[in-house]
Design a protein around this ligand. Structure first.
Ligand SMILES: [Zn+2]
Length: 339
């Protein structure tokens, strides 16, 4: 545990010990999508007692060439620092990283346009370190619907994409996906389906959040719903620990603690991404949904305080350990493979 962290967010001895023992999993955070960038901000996760983080390497608007360059940058940076970081391909890698005090990292894709209509690209991304992906980033595409789209179903090609994601052992994620497509994915997937980073729509009506039928369907697949720390999804740009816990507790009461996790969606450096020329920001992040000027996030340093908050809610240690990371670890163990 890091001294500066415990000073910034004082927590009880019990919370500190529980947090330290537990394998802590952040199902999604965001480094700058830019070739050649320095990603030493990852140290904030490591110093906060987080053992694994999935970072995105591209969204639907990022061209294939950029996505591959970003993967090259992240891979090289991690490979140059084997004393502190591991590119994790298996749950064994994640467990070994924790034992050695290292941060395990793998990649996720936010959308599927970067496969360019070619199922074989999924294997390539998997082999380059992608362990999680969802199908559409906010807008509809050839695979299915985005959460700010027209609520279209999963396409025939989309069914093939889901089958290949299942076969290759990549975590099937439904974050950013439209309502109908997400239900279709959960009906056809042969592996547990996750929402790596979302919130409860009944508590805060934002289209990025999910309704009870999606929550229930996710649990039925054996999956996990990861709660984000983004203020505009949690509430009125409210990233307080209390508000985040309201979303966590809603899910715990509805589907059981074994189906709940955390996907902070922390953006380490806002405004550092490189965007394609002429990109229509209002299309991808409609201003009426408050994306403009969003400001509050739950920081990685606050994770021990989340542990403390769950102790205060009276959750048993087993439930807390599950939410902090062991639930996502379980689903990864059932899913990740290198076939
Ligand atoms: Zn996202």
């Amino acid at each position: 545990m890091n001294e500066s962290m415990t000073q910034a967010w004082p927590v009880s001895e019990r919370a500190r010990a529980l947090h330290h023992q537990t394998l802590v999993w952040d199902a999604h955070s965001c480094l700058p999508i830019k070739a050649g960038v320095d990603i030493s901000d990852l140290e904030r996760h490591r110093a906060s007692g987080i053992d694994y983080v999935s970072v995105n390497v591209g969204m639907d608007f990022n061209p294939l060439a950029q996505v591959t360059r970003v993967i090259a940058t992240y891979r090289a940076w991690i490979a140059a620092r084997p004393d502190k970081y591991v590119l994790a391909g298996t749950v064994g890698d994640v467990r070994r990283a924790k034992s050695a005090g290292k941060l395990a990292v793998s990649f996720d894709l936010e959308g599927s346009d970067m496969i360019d209509g070619d199922l074989d690209m999924l294997r390539l991304y998997r082999d380059l370190g992608v362990r999680q992906m969802h199908l559409a980033y906010n807008r509809d595409n050839a695979v299915g619907g985005g959460c700010h789209g027209a609520d279209i179903p999963l396409s025939n090609f989309g069914r093939k994409v889901v089958a290949e994601i299942n076969r290759l052992g990549i975590l099937m994620d439904c974050s950013h996906t439209g309502h109908r497509t997400s239900l279709d994915v959960m009906a056809v997937s042969t592996k547990p389906v996750i929402f790596s980073h979302t919130c409860v729509r009944k508590l805060w009506d934002h289209p990025r959040n999910i309704w009870d039928d999606q929550i229930d369907a996710c649990a039925k697949t054996g999956g996990v719903v990861g709660v984000t720390g983004i203020g505009i999804f949690l509430g009125a740009d409210d990233a307080s620990t209390e508000t985040m816990m309201r979303h966590v507790d809603y899910l715990v009461q509805r589907i059981g603690a074994e189906h709940v996790g955390i996907g902070l969606d922390f953006v380490f450096r806002r405004g550092a991404d490189e965007y394609p020329e002429g990109m229509d920001f209002a299309l991808w992040w409609p201003p009426q949904h408050r994306y403009v000027g969003r400001s509050n996030f739950v920081e990685p340093e606050r994770m021990p305080l989340i542990t403390e908050a769950m102790i205060k809610l009276g959750y048993p240690d087993k439930a807390i350990r599950g939410i902090l990371g062991e639930n996502f670890l379980r689903v990864a163990a059932e899913t990740w493979s290198t076939n």
